[in-house]
Design a protein around this ligand. Structure first.
Ligand code: 6R9
Length: 650
């Protein structure tokens, strides 16, 4: 749906949902004055929140703000693995489930905090043995297996910076990220099972480490002989064999500075290659910990399932660091939602008594399409809170989620945030906020956000504009790895000291925020961010291609689907083979998530007289809409030609 269409739908939405009395009564946050208190003194509020972490040494100053550089909890010392694992081993949660893991075949493993701690210690010993030290970067390319969070926490324990790369990314994408971080070690597995198939992770890893700084590939045996992996004696070390040789004694935590990086995670931007977003130890952990207690109302007896892959920021914050820092139980599933049947998620919810369930609108729309009978096959009465993230949710999907999954009794938290934000920013507090289907509601306490018009003034209720964050917050990115200028230009280039999100949003008469979507050429496919420019450069690296323009057109299930418009070099001829080669080129360079839905060959692309490609116009064509103003086009006849080509391709 285009931003305008979405706005029109939203303007008609007038349903509201109060927090149920019973939910309110038990909620961690149920006093509405928290908003005012936090707004009047954000630093004081965040200092209070930081108290929920365990510090080895207290900080001397809450915030040192030199726009756009923030330091939070200056001089404070802590360790993320201590906060997420070991401190819980010392208390009543020692034998509580920290991670409940289920594999696609129905096999499962439960790690108590004490067991998880032992695994993290062993992994940390392995990292040390392999020469990884504080500040070194470790690339992690793993499916959703327990060794993924174990590896992340082991890095955190010794102060190494992890950079997790989503397992569906290609060898080339992995290579780019390894090269950018100059990682010393890569942790991967022989493969992954997904929807009954085996993904060849190790093959990709082997290609990706060529000519990089990686000295060792630590390989987890996840599939076994079926994976058929090649072994490179010079580089590869078997995780299981090395683990057996490790001491059983705990390993001391590295005392990290609050501002020491905890991880780097890559995300797509408007231009150029993906950006390595840097998150720190103290601020990030304070942000995620605060949000699980406030927005997710996490309690000791909860079972929290965030269905996102840990390869994305949502999984970092809400499968690993958020719930574990608060001593919660986190569910992980390695497999597809329709395997063996379309009720697999509901089967998992019932089996483990999941109480808080967090997923993406694209999944909800898929479940809707499959039909509510799959949901109704299961007893979902354990659920008490639902969440969504990743893209705007359409009110109908929200209502379906509320009715069929939440049994009309669970509040829904629609959480807006970004890789760069670290933790949820605009979202209801489920024991306080009245929700409206399709609105992420209001900034969380301590977050000072607004919507600006083109001149940088806050818009009046009833208007829309650019979503900005006016004051620093603890879990904000600190820089772009290796490119601080890009950090400044990308996020603080528009207004002095004010963070620009790149999203456009509408403010309603009650001050509620309705996110409309991106304002730039970032495409959001099923909640995954892809930069148009990354896809375009993958296409133009094909010999036959002269130029390419990639757009996201609205798609009922995925949110956006990718359409590529391609012009060929003079000697080249369009053909089915060439079409397939271009698709393969994208999959090869970026990964399957970037597979275009259409590749359309055209004689020319619509450009302004200043030679800018008019992507908006291409979007209109792909969405079958009346093409807007074409007066700035260099050659208006291009439009008719494109429309014809598009119709033929469909
Ligand atoms: C956490 C995550 C960020 C972009 C963001 C926005 C979109 C995320 C949303 C939402 C509307 C929500 N987005 N949550 N749009 N409502 N609740 O998804 O991070 O992968 O970096 O994507 O996703 O457009 O700018 P990331």
């Amino acid at each position: 749906m285009s931003n305008t269409d979405r706005l029109n739908t939203l303007l008609e939405e007038d349903r509201t949902f109060e927090p149920p009395e019973s939910f309110k009564a038990q909620a961690n946050f149920n006093d509405p004055s928290v908003y005012e208190r936090a707004a009047n003194d954000p630093e004081g509020y965040w200092a209070e929140q930081a108290e929920y972490l365990s510090w080895f040494k207290p900080y001397s100053e809450v915030l040192n703000w030199n726009p756009p550089h923030a330091e939070w909890f200056v001089d404070g010392k802590l360790n993320a693995a201590y906060n997420c694992v070991d401190r819980h081993r010392e208390g009543p949660n020692k034998n509580k489930a920290a991670i409940i893991w289920e594999g696609e075949q129905g096999n499962s493993q439960i790690f108590t905090y004490d067991m998880l701690g032992r695994e993290v210690d062993k992994a940390a010993h392995m990292l040390k043995q392999l020469g990884v030290n504080k500040g070194d970067r470790v690339a992690i390319y793993l499916p959703m297996i327990p060794e993924l969070p174990i590896s992340m926490l082991a890095c955190a324990k010794i102060g190494a910076i992890h950079s997790v790369v989503f397992a569906a990314y290609s060898a080339k994408a992995l290579n780019d990220r390894i090269t950018d971080t100059e990682a010393k070690l890569l942790i991967t597995s022989d493969g992954s099972r997904r929807s009954g198939k085996i993904l060849p992770l190790k093959d990709n890893a082997d290609k990706a480490v060529k000519d990089t700084t990686v000295e060792t590939t630590l390989v987890i045996n996840n599939i076994g002989p079926d994976a058929n992996t090649a072994w490179n004696k010079a580089l590869d070390v078997d995780w299981g064999t090395l683990k057996q040789k490790m001491p059983t004694t705990p390993l001391e935590h590295e005392e990290m500075d609050a501002e020491d990086p905890l991880f780097i995670l890559y995300t797509s931007g408007t231009t150029g290659k993906p950006k390595g977003i840097v998150h720190t130890t103290g601020g990030y952990l304070t942000g995620v910990n605060h949000s699980v207690r406030s927005i997710f109302d996490l309690k000791d007896e909860d079972v929290f399932w965030c269905t996102a892959d840990i390869g994305w920021v949502t999984g970092h914050s809400y499968s690993v660091y958020g719930p574990l820092s608060a001593g919660g139980t986190s569910v992980m599933y390695e497999g597809g939602p329709a395997y063996p049947e379309r009720d697999r998620f509901w089967d998992i919810v019932e089996k483990y008594g999941v109480t808080i369930f967090y997923t993406a609108p694209t999944s909800i729309r898929t479940f809707m399409k499959w039909g509510h009978e799959y949901v109704e096959k299961h007893d979902l009465s354990s659920l008490r809170l639902l969440g969504t993230v990743g893209e705007p949710i359409n009110p109908e999907a929200w209502m379906w989620y509320h009715k069929y999954v939440g049994g009309e009794k669970c509040p829904i938290v629609d959480t807006w945030w970004q890789t760069e934000n670290g933790s949820a920013m605009i979202a209801p507090l489920p024991g306080i906020t009245t929700t409206k289907p399709g609105s992420a509601t209001k900034p969380a306490p301590g977050i000072i956000a607004d919507i600006f018009d083109g001149e940088g003034n806050p818009v009046e209720p009833g208007n829309g504009g650019y979503l900005v964050i006016k004051q620093p917050w603890p879990s904000m990115l600190r820089t772009v790895w290796g490119d601080d200028q890009r950090f400044k230009d990308s996020y603080f280039g528009d207004y002095d000291g004010i963070y620009t999100s790149g999203d456009v949003a509408h403010k309603d008469k009650d001050g509620y925020i309705w996110i409309l979507g991106r304002d730039d050429d970032v495409i959001n496919v099923s909640g995954h961010r892809l930069g148009a420019s990354e896809l375009e450069s993958a296409i133009v690296s094909h010999d036959a291609v002269a130029e390419a323009a990639v757009i996201g057109r609205s798609d009922d299930i995925k949110g956006e689907a990718i359409t590529a418009f391609v012009t060929l070099k003079e000697r080249a001829q369009s053909s089915d083979e060439l079409h397939d080669e271009i698709v393969a080129q994208i999959v090869d360079q970026i990964g399957k998530i970037a597979r275009p839905d259409e590749v359309i060959f055209t004689a020319s692309l619509p450009k302004t007289s200043s030679a800018k490609i008019m992507r908006r116009l291409l979007r209109d064509i792909a969405e079958g809409k009346a093409v807007g103003d074409t007066s700035t086009l260099e050659d208006p006849s291009v439009v008719e030609d494109l429309k014809e080509k598009y119709a033929e391709a469909e």
